[in-house]
Write a protein that binds this ligand. Structure first.
Ligand SMILES: C[S@@+](CC[C@H](N)C(=O)[O-])C[C@H]1O[C@@H](n2cnc3c(N)ncnc32)[C@H](O)[C@@H]1O
Length: 387
């Protein structure tokens, strides 16, 4: 499959080869094997060379994949309606985690300003210095008068009250690969064989083994089952639960509840790579030049948050959430006969809500502390009972 993908430029290939050499050196230093989570972390976040740590375009038509904020400002405009309601129930402070190109921040700030509901502070927590610079440029270009309201965080705050927003962040966190088979449970990791990265399994151990055992995965003698467990994503949600004094963690991502995630028919897991709008399943292809991602187990997210004192405030599809927050009204603001504006908007809205595109696969989950009001985004179509 990867043989048919578009070739990179000579410079990009050279950077990828440097990163591959660095990862191979890490594998050698670790005794010849690293877990897949470590491989994913190095491939995505090595400063200067990793997919998010380096300079590749990534988002939008010229990049590798399109996220909801890149599709249309209608996504941020709809989210703003939920944020307005939350700002009335908890301190009007916002942290956006993993700000991507800065498109969501600029569209959100512009819409909140239009609604006379700008937050007291808007922070972006970003792992990648390169993306932080890009976010600053985007906001400076699209909402220059609001740039001074935004600041960047390099680490999680000690305490926080307000809203934490993360769109497509959990799926980008390093995940372990686990193989259930007739002889037990293995962790699938990465080694180097014949000068190339290769898969190598080891018996799973410790916390990963405990988590894997607790999942009711069906496998048999000739029916091994491969999937992922993201201990990093679970730990991240627990950390926020301890940090939040009052407020909401609003998580938007593709994924399923556990019984669908570990469905017997999903026996090859959800690991996916995105390279120039081609999706494939080879994470060893051109390290640093392609995105690597796994779907989110939303049952694990809710267990992690609620285990540390958060309440589940809502869980639904992206489509239901956006309509609950007024997407139809936003569409109606543009006259149908203004075809130059209406057609691209209608096309983007269709992608955001269609069950065949992002509408059903993407979910929105709100976990909160000391928030009494039912949230607007979940007023119809709440699926919390199915978690
Ligand atoms: C798929 S991109 C999504 C970007 C943006 N939210 C959007 O929707 O366009 C994933 C983003 O999450 C960031 N990220 C991943 N793990 C993170 C973490 N633990 N803390 C902060 N940012 C993180 C990446 O650097 C990247 O900006």
């Amino acid at each position: 499959m990867t043989a048919t993908l578009p070739p990179p430029s000579a410079d990009a290939r050279a950077a990828s080869e440097t990163l591959a050499g660095d990862i191979a050196a890490c594998i050698a230093a670790a005794g010849g094997w690293i877990g897949f989570d470590r491989f994913m972390e190095l491939a995505l976040y090595t400063p200067g060379l990793g997919y998010y740590g380096g300079g590749a375009c990534k988002f939008g038509a010229a990049g590798d994949f399109v996220t909801a904020p890149e599709l249309s400002p209608a996504f941020a405009q709809t989210l703003a309606s939920q944020l307005q309601q939350l700002q009335a129930c908890c301190p009007a402070q916002l942290i956006e985690v993993g700000g991507g190109s800065g498109k969501l921040a600029s569209d959100l700030l512009l819409e909140l300003e239009r609604q006379r509901g700008l937050p007291e502070s808007y922070a972006i927590l970003e792992l990648s210095g390169e993306l932080g610079r890009r976010q600053r440029d985007t906001i400076g270009r699209r909402a220059p008068h609001l740039l001074s309201r935004v600041h960047w965080l390099e680490e999680l705050p000690a305490r926080f009250s307000g809203v934490v927003l993360a769109n497509e962040v959990l799926d980008a966190m390093p995940a372990q690969l686990v193989r259930w088979h007739a002889d037990g449970i293995s962790e699938r990791g990465v080694t180097v064989a014949g000068g190339r990265f290769a898969w190598a399994d080891r018996p799973a151990s410790g916390h990963l083994l405990d988590r894997a055992r607790a999942l009711a995965v069906e496998c048999g003698i000739n029916r091994p089952y491969l999937s992922e467990i993201s201990l990093a994503a679970q730990a991240w949600v627990r950390q926020w639960a301890r940090i939040l004094d009052q407020g909401v963690l609003l998580l938007i991502d593709y994924g399923f509840p556990r019984r669908e995630y570990y469905h017997p028919q999903r026996d090859a897991g959800t690991l996916m790579c995105h390279y120039r709008h081609h999706a494939h399943d080879d994470p060893f292809h051109l390290p640093g030049l392609q995105d690597i991602t796994v779907h989110v187990d939303f049952t694990a997210v809710v267990e992690s948050g609620c285990g540390e004192g958060l309440d589940l405030l809502g869980y639904t599809t992206q489509s239901a959430f956006l309509f609950n927050c007024g997407l139809a009204d936003i569409l109606a603001r543009t006259p149908v006969d203004d075809t130059l504006r209406y057609l691209p908007l209608a096309n983007a809205v269709q992608k955001l809500v269609s069950p065949a595109e992002m509408g059903e696969l993407f979910k929105v989950m709100a976990l909160g502390k000391r928030i009494a009001a039912p949230l607007r985004g979940f007023c119809t179509g709440d699926r919390s009972a199915g978690l």
